[in-house]
Design a binder for this molecule. Structure first.
Ligand SMILES: Cc1cc2nc3c(=O)[nH]c(=O)nc-3n(C[C@H](O)[C@H](O)[C@H](O)COP(=O)(O)O)c2cc1C
Length: 323
């Protein structure tokens, strides 16, 4: 399919009065969607990219971990943060806090399926408590920021609540909903339930984005066709292969893979401590090398690198040899 058609399906979109440069978004991914990564995917065509989930309650500690999660600066044009929590008042405090002042959009995590999160009444547990979920959205909206929701389709196949839930989001003031088309008990496996994402789309007038299992251009078109969604959100495969953003949006790539990686190393090095830089860039580099033949030895060497300068030399060598 050529870019003319791409651009028709994947183009700019307005959400809560803000123009997103494309309707292909990067999901929050804990441990992955740090500031340098968000900058890279936006350069490659992503309309926005979210911080990983940040505990609304833990903002009060204002520690190094929170600082790293919330790091952003003027290079990031549209700033989107995701909050996780259970208590409306805690969300209101967080949304109005100085730590989030720079962020334009607050996304509320109503989809995390992890047992500890569910036990605390956070993440996907909110799909089982619609009145409380509504109060949380209203609390965040009082900050005056654009508020989006990321949810699933229900807790399990017997408790599919997406229609009622999507309506509640709209009535409570949400500006956009992203539906991960799996139930909580599916965790991250199995085919997303396209018809239930479509049900959400057909139930509300605010934009609905579709998420789950999009790992190629073909899957992206299929998701759009089957759900009628206003856009898509890439997650695991957006990290594994960020070039997909450029393939979908037609945004030209000006860097080689090595160039992209070295830029990531430089930006991360400006913003974070060495341990953080090494952990992040090694993860990214190993995904970039995934489909390169003969890189097994290099992968071992990658994990042994103990400094940023060693890592830089190794990346230069790997990609000089492997293109
Ligand atoms: C390692 C990992 C971390 C994740 N972290 C978050 C998160 O912080 N917030 C969130 O809303 N979803 C998170 N998710 C869920 C993804 O955003 C996405 O909804 C899910 O992976 C389905 O999309 P995919 O099949 O395209 O990966 C995470 C998923 C994985 C695998």
């Amino acid at each position: 399919m050529d870019n003319a058609i791409n651009n028709k399906i994947f183009g700019p979109v307005m959400i809560g009065g803000i123009k997103f440069s494309s309707n292909v978004l990067m999901a929050p991914l804990a441990g992955y969607t740090c500031f340098p990564f968000r900058l890279m995917v936006k350069e490659l065509g992503a309309g926005s990219a979210y911080t990983e989930m940040v505990s609304a309650d833990a903002l009060k500690y204002n520690d190094r971990a929170t600082h790293n999660l919330l790091y952003t600066d003027d290079r990031e044009k549209l700033k989107c943060v995701q909050l996780l929590g259970a208590v409306p008042e805690t969300f209101e405090k967080a949304a109005k806090s100085g730590l989030l002042e720079k962020f334009d959009v607050i996304d509320i995590n109503m989809g995390c399926p992890v047992p500890n999160v569910i036990k605390s009444g956070e993440g996907c547990a909110l799909m089982d408590d619609i009145p409380r979920a509504s109060k949380i959205i209203e609390a965040c909206k009082r900050s005056g920021k654009v508020v989006s929701i990321k949810c699933r389709v229900g807790m399990n196949k017997k408790r599919i609540v997406i229609e009622e839930f999507a309506r509640m989001c709209e009535v409570s003031g949400a500006d956009m909903i992203t539906v991960h088309g799996r139930t909580r008990d599916m965790m991250y496996d199995g085919e997303p339930l396209f018809d239930l994402i479509k049900l959400a789309k057909d139930s509300v007038n605010i934009p609905v984005f579709a998420n789950g299992g999009i790992d190629s251009k073909e899957k992206a078109y299929e998701m759009m066709r089957q759900t009628g969604a206003d856009g898509i959100m890439l997650a695991r495969y957006g990290f594994e292969n960020p070039i997909l953003f450029s393939e979908l949006t037609g945004r030209e790539i000006t860097d080689t893979k090595a160039g992209l990686l070295l830029k990531q190393l430089d930006i991360a090095n400006e913003c974070f401590d060495e341990l953080y830089v090494l952990t992040y860039v090694k993860k990214l580099a190993s995904y970039f090398m995934k489909k390169m033949p003969g890189t097994k030895q290099y992968k071992l060497e990658l994990y042994k690198c103990g400094s940023v300068s060693e890592l830089r030399k190794l990346i230069e060598e790997i990609f000089r040899v492997n293109g």
